[in-house]
Design a protein around this ligand. Structure first.
Ligand SMILES: [Zn+2]
Length: 99
């Protein structure tokens, strides 16, 4: 399944510290807010869902520590648990888009 992401542009309120809703990484540089049109009829009517995500969509790299991130929330999860949570968040997001 493919989900089309469309950036909503760089509004000033986005250029603050934000948390990715998929991998729960905190970025001080600001995440983007891709706007995802809903699949099917609802999408054609202009309905969309938005989610804060890492602007480069490198969530899996951040979670695994393969890409440097500014600030992590203080968490005691293992890498495996963070990966599981990211997958669960992504699944829930996809379900919302295609509902
Ligand atoms: Zn992310």
């Amino acid at each position: 399944m493919a989900v089309a992401l469309r950036s909503s542009g760089a509004a000033s309120w986005q250029a603050r510290r934000s948390i990715c809703s998929l991998c729960v990484t905190t970025h001080t540089g600001g995440n983007s807010l891709p706007v995802t049109p809903l699949a099917g009829k609802a999408g054609k009517q202009g309905n969309s869902v938005g989610a804060y995500t890492c602007s480069d969509l490198a969530c899996s790299l951040y979670v695994r520590g393969e890409k440097d991130v500014g600030t992590w929330l203080h968490e005691s999860l293992t890498v495996e648990e963070k990966i599981g949570r990211t997958v669960a968040n992504l699944t829930a997001f996809a379900a919302k888009v295609t509902a």
